[in-house]
Design a protein around this ligand. Sequence first.
Ligand code: SAM
Ligand code: SF4
Length: 342
Amino acid sequence: MLEISKIRNVDLDYLTYLLTTSEHDEEIFATADEMRRKYVGDEVYLRAIIEFSNVCTQNCLYCGLRAQNSSVRRYRMSVQEIVERAEFIAKLGVIGTVVLQSGEDPYYDTKMVTEVIMRIKSLGLAITLSLGERSFEEYRVWKEAGADRYLLKHETASPQLYARLHPGDSLESRKAHLLELKRLGYETGTGCMVGLPGQTPYDLALDLAFFRELDADMVGIGPFIPHPGTPLAHSKGGDVKTTLKMVALTRIILPDANIPATTALGSIDKDGRLLALKCGANVIMPNLTPNVYRDKYEIYPGKSSFYDTDLEAVQKALKTIEAAGLRLGRGPGGRRRIEALV
Ligand code: SAM
Ligand code: SF4
């Protein structure tokens, strides 16, 4: 029998055991589905991603956008283009949040991002920033300008693996950024990749423990997908089952968090996002980057959204929600805390 209290108490030995055996998988998935229904309900929220720049100063070993990948055709959207995209998204009427994502690109300075935030907020949309690590002062200014959420995955909670994957950087520093975002009042999102080279079941258990330690408001979990233009080109990559199990365990540990069915999962399995909705996820993030730029934001190969037009991306998400027997959530869909659980 599955020992739910050990999962809820983040017992590292037990979590490692669950991530090593498939014996309890069906029980884990069913428990997570039940908790999703009980604590966040049947509404699935859409968040539109605008990938506004693929320029990046960082060299994360896994990512196709890394600075040293010279085969990427780089682009930057202007402030006006970004705002026009947000206007288009607001008019669709089914999406309440825009996620502004980019490489770590200092071209977009404090003022430019502030202008984007203020103009998009006036459209009545919630804003999630996903710009990588920026200064604490910028986080503060952007929060005051109206940004609601910040998404910065910790990627892996193993300090050694983190250091290997992020030359010159440390897990400690990433955690400090996340704690500061929380302190400033952002709804804070973190997350990890599954199947990184050298990653063990114990490392994944550490990821789960960190979600709880941070009391993450949003948790994005996707499989690592090797990109040919990176030093990890020949690695194996993550699998669907382990990724789903991480999603499900996260729902059990943080019952009221927002958990997306990630694009990465949908990219290694055409039913990946549907499966995630059936075992704990409650958010889908359709890609609404303008078509001219979309194929240039190649984090990993075979990204499912490369082939969608704007409306196809939204329709696909709506169909997935329907296929899961769930319904579309309206409005910003922020975390609704179940105080008794925290
Ligand atoms: N630059 C920002 C950052 O690093 O937070 C936002 C953009 S970054 C491309 C968004 C996410 O892509 C990262 O958090 C990472 O988890 C994911 N990612 C990058 N390369 C990947 C790969 N090869 N497979 C799966 N996910 C990947
Ligand atoms: Fe840049 Fe983000 Fe990719 Fe790292 S994960 S190389 S910071 S875009």
